[in-house]
Design a binder for this molecule. Structure first.
Ligand SMILES: [Mg+2]
Length: 464
């Protein structure tokens, strides 16, 4: 099922970026009590814009770019990565200590080998090189090697060693990458899967570290910049949490290195649940170096997955349909339907409303994951089975079966918004004078013509 794999591949990258941007404003702050609201506030010690990702995601981008063009992380690819990191670091607001030292030492030569030697030399001199800086950026590697776990293990270590010589850092990248790869392919969460690629006695030590993390909350795990603490805090957030929003909020409430812990957690939990599980309030906000947004991350991630699985690299098409007025409910200023097309048949849509100054997701749908968390627009979740039931009961309407998924989506969104008790009034609502009678829904067996009748805003094109 390539659409499901594409969704989860996009989720691994979007999760990294969303966790990073969510944690950015809380970096080095104290742990927060359970239930404290956290959001993409920006600010923090490096004065981030709301929704802006930090060094964690920025350093992952060159890896993603290489993966998206089918690179296999050979010497040539690694030189490209080194070059992009050097380029980024010139104006970067924040660069981790170990990474900064390696980049500065290698700046004249500018190759991967120069970086690697600088990292080794730093480890020899200081005896400390097990920072979390290689783990935080590692997620895109998994997408480049969906076809082969063994090759992924080799690449994960090689890329880690560009800046971090310590085997702890390499092991952590191997474990996390193997878990992300497995999640993208299957939707299952299994961190222990990668242990087979770590030699004893380190394998047993890692096994204990993983088990210990599950028994703690993120706030109980000290964040000194050590890669093991970061992995443990991320794993704690994942195993004590549930879906992406809960997991990333937990990671941030743990305090300390919030952006990095949440970025790491986001890479894995996003790979399990897919990009369609992320709310619009995050996906519309996230952005960062080199001038990318969430749609760009999706396109790159899907291209990477396609390349590694030998599929034809898709040409992503993106559509943004905004400000569709719901005429019968003036309480909402706008209903936004945002479509993201990842190629290879994958698409997802988030439909959200602006209500009372806040943005709320009404419905999320992807052709990979089906209906996701649903809301009635007032913050109340609706079980997806309820909507499926409603759709089934209305299957006689053309709109519910229209071949264009966008129109089925809109149709379902309207049903959800109105609620079953208001269905009898739908026909009246859609015959509103402002629609000039262009919508005719007359019930099962009738002449539903939503696809023809629901006009697109000026200047917008129909997604195909
Ligand atoms: Mg950071």
């Amino acid at each position: 099922m390539s659409a499901a794999i594409d969704d989860r591949a996009a989720g691994a990258v979007l999760g990294t970026a969303a966790g990073d941007a969510l944690g950015a404003g809380y970096e080095f702050g104290p742990a927060l009590p359970d239930g404290t609201e956290v959001s993409m506030i920006g600010g923090g010690p490096f004065d981030w814009e709301p929704g802006e990702w930090t060094d964690d995601t920025s350093m992952a981008i060159p890896l993603l770019e290489v993966a998206a063009r089918g690179g296999v992380f050979n010497d040539q690819d690694l030189d490209v990565v080194a070059g992009r990191w050097l380029e980024w670091s010139v104006d970067a607001k924040d660069v981790g200590n170990q990474t900064r030292a390696a980049l500065d030492a290698a700046r004249q030569v500018g190759t991967a080998e120069a970086l690697r030697s600088a990292a080794r030399e730093q480890a020899r001199r200081t005896g400390r090189s097990g920072g979390n800086g290689s783990l935080m950026r590692t997620a895109p590697l998994a997408l480049a090697f969906l076809h082969d776990e063994g090759e992924l293990v080799v690449a994960a270590r090689r890329v880690s060693e560009l800046t971090h010589a310590d085997p702890d850092a390499g092991d952590a990248c191997v474990l996390w990458c193997c878990a992300i790869r497995h999640a993208v392919l299957t939707g299952e969460l299994d961190l222990r899967r990668g242990l087979r690629h770590v030699r004893e006695p380190r394998r047993s030590i890692w096994s204990d570290w993983i088990a210990a993390a599950k028994r703690m909350q993120p706030r109980d795990i000290q964040q000194s910049g050590w890669v093991v603490g970061a992995l443990q805090a991320a794993w704690s957030a994942i195993t004590n949490g549930s879906r992406p929003v809960d997991v990333l909020e937990r990671a941030v409430r743990g305090g300390g290195d919030t952006d990095t812990v949440a970025a790491i957690a986001g890479g894995l939990i996003g790979a399990v649940h897919g990009a369609s599980a992320f709310p619009a309030r995050w996906t519309l906000e996230v952005h960062g170096w080199p001038g990318l947004r969430s749609d760009d991350l999706t396109a790159l991630a899907v291209a990477a997955a396609a390349a590694s699985l030998g599929r034809v690299a898709p040409t992503p098409e993106r559509g943004l349909l905004e400000a569709v007025r719901i005429l019968h409910d003036r309480g909402y200023e706008a209903l936004r339907a945002r479509f993201v097309f990842g190629g290879a048949g994958y698409w997802r849509c988030v439909l959200s409303v602006d209500a009372g100054g806040a943005q709320r997701d009404l419905l999320r749908y992807s052709n990979a994951a089906g209906w996701d968390v649903l809301s009635d627009g007032r913050g109340e979740p609706v079980p997806s089975s309820a909507l499926a039931d409603r759709l089934e009961r209305l299957e006689g309407l053309d709109a519910a079966q229209h071949p264009d998924p966008a129109y089925r989506f809109w149709f379902a969104a309207l049903l959800e918004h109105c609620g079953p008790d208001r269905l009898p009034s739908l026909d009246d609502d859609w015959s509103h004078p402002e629609l000039e009678g262009r919508v005719a829904l007359t019930g099962a067996g009738g002449s539903g013509r939503l696809a023809d009748s629901f006009p697109l805003p000026p200047g917008q094109h129909r997604p195909s």
